[in-house]
Design a protein around this ligand. Structure first.
Ligand SMILES: Nc1nc2c(ncn2[C@@H]2O[C@H](COP(=O)(O)OP(=O)(O)O)[C@@H](O)[C@H]2O)c(=O)[nH]1
Ligand SMILES: [Mg+2]
Length: 202
């Protein structure tokens, strides 16, 4: 994918404020700090397009970006950051579910898992929604650089067990080494070409 332009469009919390559903769209979901923003920045070769964070979880917004005037990428709010007030935590589920359920231009969701962490309830909840709404899903394991190659397969076993997905459903990625970038682009491009509702996990 050659990136000619990557621009921030807008932030929103509810459908009335989403940008018009005119361009095919791919969204990025996962817990706070999993590397959603870093992945988007690597994909579009823009170091600071999406703000990355060492104090994750503050933003409970959907952030829309327009790429090459041709499609859009959405950074979904994360979950699981301890210091977020309970009221804000409670908004996460409805906010993300409503987006997945109603966004007619959504073609696929990249679902991120941290290689060092066992998936938690919200990760599995996301997978359930993606299945329920028949949204093609691109599972990615992030921060691969944190684990030596010889230890990776053992390390990701709990992720396979918790999600029930096969090993080859996952692309390993590192924002540091850019490993996995091309493969994720291929899968995103495939998602953008597909109509909504054609499962990519089958
Ligand atoms: N070593 C390493 N650090 C990463 C990687 N991806 C993200 N990070 C770091 O993890 C933290 C959270 O990343 P961010 O993209 O903001 O996560 P988000 O909350 O999911 O958007 C930041 O300090 C990043 O620099 C990666 O692939 N490898
Ligand atoms: Mg982020």
């Amino acid at each position: 994918m050659i990136i000619h332009s990557a621009v921030f469009d807008k932030s929103a919390t509810r459908p009335a404020n989403y940008p018009p559903a005119e361009l095919p769209e791919v969204a990025f979901a996962g817990r706070s700090n999993v590397g959603k923003s870093s992945l988007i920045n690597v994909l579009v070769n823009r170091r600071g397009l999406v703000r990355t964070s060492s104090t994750p979880g503050r933003t409970q917004l959907l952030n829309f970006f327009i790429i090459n005037d041709a499609f859009s990428l959405v950074d979904l709010p994360g979950y699981g950051f301890a210091k977020v007030p309970l009221a804000v935590k409670k908004e996460w589920g409805p906010m993300v579910r409503t987006f997945l359920e109603s966004r007619t231009s959504l073609r696929a969701v990249v679902l991120l898992f941290d290689i060092r962490r066992v998936p938690r309830e919200e990760d599995l909840q996301l997978l359930d929604w993606l299945e329920e709404f028949e949204i093609p899903t691109i599972p990615v394991i992030t921060k691969a650089d944190k684990i030596g190659r010889g230890h990776r397969e053992k390390q990701i076993k709990p992720i396979l067990e918790a999600t029930g997905l096969p090993r080859d459903a996952f692309t390993l990625f590192s924002a540091t080494t850019r490993e996995g970038k091309d493969e994720i682009w291929e899968r995103i491009e495939e998602g953008l070409r597909f109509g909504q509702g054609e499962g990519m996990l089958e």
